[in-house]
Design a protein. Structure first.
Length: 329
């Protein structure tokens, strides 16, 4: 089995990993959240500079702490998009330099497909076809994975991504950045039925998403009402998102005739989504989540996605460039 070294730098996590025999030898992640939180979101220029400082430090840690021997790897994988162009370029330049110096093949990986492969890292016996609900800070998509390397997008968000809605509503409620984990945490103390916020595009088995109306509805609610329990607003908002994600995943299964659902991306860490999705198993669905440490951006998932490309000999030229708006199909 090949040994694949991978780099991820598409947003605000710097990460390197080594995959051997479908298992991670290490998956080092350094999150920049602290650096960006005071700005209420990721500042692209700061992110790029930080990747530049941190990736060599991570490499040093891998060599000293895990005995990484770069001469013994078979390929170098890197996220080529989608993501922030400057941030992507740091990882890509680093990976290309290694590939050139070590004379190893270079594999470019779509970040979204990387998230899908976090499911295969966690569940070694998982196999396609599977319906994937990809919910991150930048993307919300329902994907039919027919086979390795064969993806069809069944629906996507028309405006905000699910994670973005969590982050924006957290800002409205003064909960800090990133908002998803905060809303998840305080919702445990709130009533999800306290307020009825809108669920959009819920007719005709529509598989597209829209979360901007929901966010605006929470904003107006907070502006108009003086007395409310923040926990109730958070829990009711979260319930609206989860209702939509679950119903549309069920429709995607009905339409494609596949009863397996995998949830991936940052929002797949959400505890309410995990609980409610898992309940679908009672209705005959099989539901899969990545382990919590693989929900956030990490190079391990990039290495696992790259393994499929390695098997097919799908390598990149050293002229590889970042593709900030790369789509899945
Ligand atoms: O996949 P990811 O790490 O980065 C992107 O590729 O976008 O996702 C980050 C997003 C953020 O919007 C964050 O608020 C959200 O995932 N998130 C959560 C939770 N943990 C992270 N949303 C809801 N509940 C969580 N527990
Ligand atoms: Zn991501």
């Amino acid at each position: 089995m090949p040994r694949i070294f991978a780099v991820e730098s598409s947003c605000d996590e710097s990460s390197i990993a080594l995959l051997e025999d479908e298992k991670l030898i290490f998956n080092l992640v350094l999150s920049q959240t602290d650096l960006h939180s005071k700005y209420g979101g990721v500042v692209p220029e700061i992110a790029s500079r930080r990747h530049l400082e941190v990736i060599p430090i991570l490499l040093n840690e891998a060599v000293e702490g895990y005995g990484l021997d770069l001469d013994r790897i078979d390929a170098i994988a890197v996220t080529k998009g989608p993501g922030l162009i400057g941030a992507l370029l740091v990882g890509i330049t680093f990976a290309k330099s290694l590939a050139y110096v070590l004379k190893k093949p270079l594999i470019g990986v779509n970040h979204l497909i990387g998230h899908i492969y976090s499911l295969f890292l966690t569940h070694r016996d998982l196999s396609p076809p599977i319906v994937v609900l990809l919910v991150s800070g930048g993307h919300t998509e329902l994907i039919l994975m027919k086979d390795h390397g064969n993806f069809e997008v069944l629906g996507r968000t028309l405006d905000d991504a699910a994670g973005e809605a969590f982050d924006k509503v957290a800002r409205i409620l003064n909960l800090g950045y990133p908002g998803g984990p905060q809303i998840d945490r305080i919702s445990k103390f709130g009533n999800p039925k306290a307020y009825r916020f809108p669920r959009a595009l819920m007719d005709g088995k529509n598989l597209d998403f829209s979360f901007s109306g929901l966010k605006t509805s929470v904003k107006y609610f907070v502006q108009k009402n003086e007395h409310f329990k923040v926990e109730d607003v958070a829990a009711s908002f979260q319930e609206a998102v989860v209702d939509v994600l679950i119903q549309k995943s069920i429709w995607a299964c009905e339409i494609s005739g596949v009863m397996k659902i995998g949830v991936a991306g940052g929002v797949s860490a959400n505890s309410r989504l995990r609980k409610r999705m898992s309940e679908l198993e009672r209705d005959g669905f099989k539901v899969f989540f990545p382990s919590k440490d693989l929900c956030i951006d990490n190079a391990g998932m990039i290495a696992r996605a790259a393994l499929e490309k390695y098997k097919k000999g799908e390598f990149e030229e050293l002229s590889l460039n970042a593709i900030p708006y790369l789509s899945i199909d």
